[in-house]
Design a protein around this ligand. Structure first.
Ligand code: UDP
Ligand code: MN
Length: 618
């Protein structure tokens, strides 16, 4: 029985890789209309359906899920009918074999109502977590080459593990702590620093003090009187740390064997490296430990939301020689990373004017890269994290205000003219832009002699899909119908990755216009008569061939993850206005029925003539 379950679980990630968005949280900056209706939350199924995800298959055949963060969480307690008594009750009640080796917890049906109720407290299955022992075993999820590779610990610097939390559950917080203690080489682990960001749960007070005092390694608890948010809480922990390397973790992680030495050894070799583990998935519903795909790297989309993307094919081939090698990433998810302590402060710590949550991961990513450091993912270091579909805590001042403030600061300080692109399409951010005091951060940038954002895009993220002076950015309009290409939104399905490319009215304003925007970087340059290249748009998706294998006679053009392959190459003739798909030599044409555009034999007809209408982005 057990063996069978394990096999299924191990096989899973190859078929199902999730792309998480805001760093570690499923995401959308949408705190208005899509906030979870508390009434609906009573229904377990509706909660699950409320995920509001976009799904598509990326070029490696991975099932990609882009989720939306339902950032409401206001008044979880009252609206969800959770009493103070319940919120403050520590219900940790471990069953010896529950969740052992990372297998899913199955809650008996008669407890299902209570389980749903408790889920609302932390936005994960608290009942499941509370049944799993704090020192549960986990499989060694590393690749064989990683397991064989011996890292010499002698002489490596020591580390301080910094874990910030606000109203975390007892079981998840302490399972994080125990997993660190159980699976880190003693010589590398100087201390664990817990920073309590003004939690109100009573069990996180004296009870926690007493518990950690008995642990075999020093665990210090720092407490903030007022809610300061994760950014300032991490700074507080970092300032108190005495280890040479800072290792930040969220308060609901589980470290697996080998995790720490793989991070520390890279930092020890070069103190300007910021090193992230592979972030595995602890299911928010079953607490199963699910190994995730190693070859994802982090970047962001046009809204400055963190995104995972897949590595390019040549890169994968190069890496196959030594899969244990760390690889560079343009951005990090933000919750889990190791960084030399003196380098962290030399580089300016964090931006202390950022509130509560969000944006700090991009800020640090840009700062590290632009100011001479690097960020990488160590594939032999695996740490599980509970990814949530929504946030359980309050955002004092409003989710939207906080997120736009943090992102506006990122854009203002680090993105040069690309800040205009961000503000143009995020009017909400403009509202908070002018009140930002950024002088000290700009001075820091100056003092560190940091490079510009242009350099970052060219050198750190050459696959990016941002507009540049050398690229076309704008709408692609059909001369017959006067309609524009449109990137589909919403769900795709398994065989229609992100869905067919649509065509609809060009006359939309503001944010809605973004789905009509395409980017083309002609290899010949913008001034030449013909342009060839990929037709990219937000989220790193590109116009791709119809599925030629299935007898899809309509030859609908699809939009899928950009790969740089020939099948995504197009040629636009600025004089004849035809748009040719290079691999098939067919022309982009209006749909015959429905609204999805197609490829057809090239003819001299208005339905095959397209105007590339530039849109000013700065
Ligand atoms: N956190 C905090 N103060 C806050 C918000 C978050 O200390 O105001 C902590 C939180 O408890 C967690 C970490 O910061 O340990 C990251 O937050 P979260 O897990 O909600 O972010 P996600 O992983 O969902 O992106
Ligand atoms: Mn988290």
């Amino acid at each position: 029985m057990m063996g069978c379950r394990r096999r299924i679980r191990r096989g899973l990630p190859w078929a199902l890789a999730f792309v998480f968005t805001s760093g570690l949280l499923l995401w959308s900056k949408n705190d208005g209309g899509t906030g979870i209706d508390p009434a609906l939350q009573d229904d377990w199924n509706s909660l699950r359906l409320k995920r509001d995800q976009q799904e598509y298959i990326d070029r490696r055949g991975l099932h990609v899920v882009v989720g939306y963060y339902l950032g409401d969480a206001n008044n979880v307690g009252s609206s969800a009918n959770l009493t103070e008594e319940l919120l403050n009750r520590n219900m940790f009640d471990p069953k010896p074999r529950e969740g052992q080796d990372g297998v899913p917890v199955v809650i008996p049906p008669h407890l299902s109502l209570q389980m749903q109720k408790l889920y609302r407290i932390n936005r994960f299955n608290l009942m499941a977590s509370d049944r799993i022992p704090l020192n549960r075993s986990l499989p060694d999820v590393r690749k064989k080459m990683c397991r064989l590779k011996k890292i010499i610990i002698d002489g490596l610097p020591s580390s301080s593990i910094v874990i910030v939390f606000h109203n975390e559950a007892w079981s998840t917080l302490l399972r994080t702590v125990h997993s660190v203690i159980n699976r880190s080489p003693k010589a590398l682990l100087k201390e664990i620093i817990l920073v309590d960001d003004a939690s109100t749960r009573t069990f996180l007070g004296e009870e926690l003090n007493e518990y950690v005092a008995k642990l075999p390694i020093p665990v210090h608890i720092l407490r903030s009187e007022n809610r300061i948010g994760l950014i300032k809480a991490r700074l507080m922990g970092a300032r108190k740390a005495s280890g040479e390397v800072l290792v930040f973790l969220d308060a609901h992680c589980e470290c697996t064997i080998g995790w720490l030495e793989s991070l520390i050894s890279r930092v020890a070799e070069d103190r300007k490296r910021v090193v992230c583990p592979v972030i595995d998935i602890i299911s928010d519903e079953t607490f199963a430990y699910v190994r995730s795909f190693e070859l994802h790297w982090g970047a962001f989309n046009w809204d400055l939301h963190f995104r995972w993307y897949t590595r390019s094919t040549p890169d994968i081939i190069r890496r196959q020689k030594d899969i244990t090698q760390a690889f560079k990433t343009p951005a990090m998810a933000g919750g889990l990373f190791a960084m030399d302590k003196s380098y962290f402060f030399e580089l300016g710590g964090y931006d202390e004017k950022m509130e509560i949550w969000g944006g700090e991961n991009l800020e640090l990513s840009f700062r590290v890269w632009q100011c001479g450091g690097s960020i990488e993912i160590a594939p032999c270091s695996h740490v599980g994290h509970i990814f949530r579909k929504s946030s359980p805590y309050t955002f004092p001042g409003g989710v939207s205000r906080i997120l736009y403030t943090n992102l506006a600061r990122v854009a203002l300080v680090w993105m040069d003219e690309w800040q205009e692109f961000y503000f143009k399409f995020n009017p909400e951010a403009i509202k908070v832009r002018d009140e930002q005091q950024i002088r000290t951060r700009l001075e820091l940038r100056d003092r560190l002699q940091c490079k510009g954002f242009r350099w970052y895009l060219d050198n750190v993220w050459p696959e990016h899909f941002m507009p540049t002076d050398q690229r076309f950015f704008g709408k692609i309009k059909n001369t017959l119908s006067n309609q524009c290409l449109e990137k589909p939104t919403g769900r795709g399905s398994l065989n229609q990755p992100m869905g067919p490319v649509l065509i609809s009215t060009c006359d939309v304003e503001g944010r809605a216009a973004l789905t009509r925007m395409f980017v083309m970087a002609p290899t010949e340059g913008l001034s030449s008569k013909v342009w060839s290249g990929a037709l990219m748009t937000d989220e790193s998706v590109c116009l791709d061939t119809p599925d030629l294998e299935t007898a899809d006679v309509t030859l609908k053009v699809r939009i899928v993850a950009c790969t740089g392959q020939k099948r995504q190459n197009w040629r636009y003739d600025t004089e004849t206005m035809s748009l040719i798909h290079l691999e098939t030599n067919l022309c982009l044409d209006m749909p015959t029925s429905e609204s999805s555009i197609v490829l057809k034999d090239c003819v001299d007809h208005a339905s095959q003539k397209w105007i590339f209408e530039p849109v000013h982005w700065k």
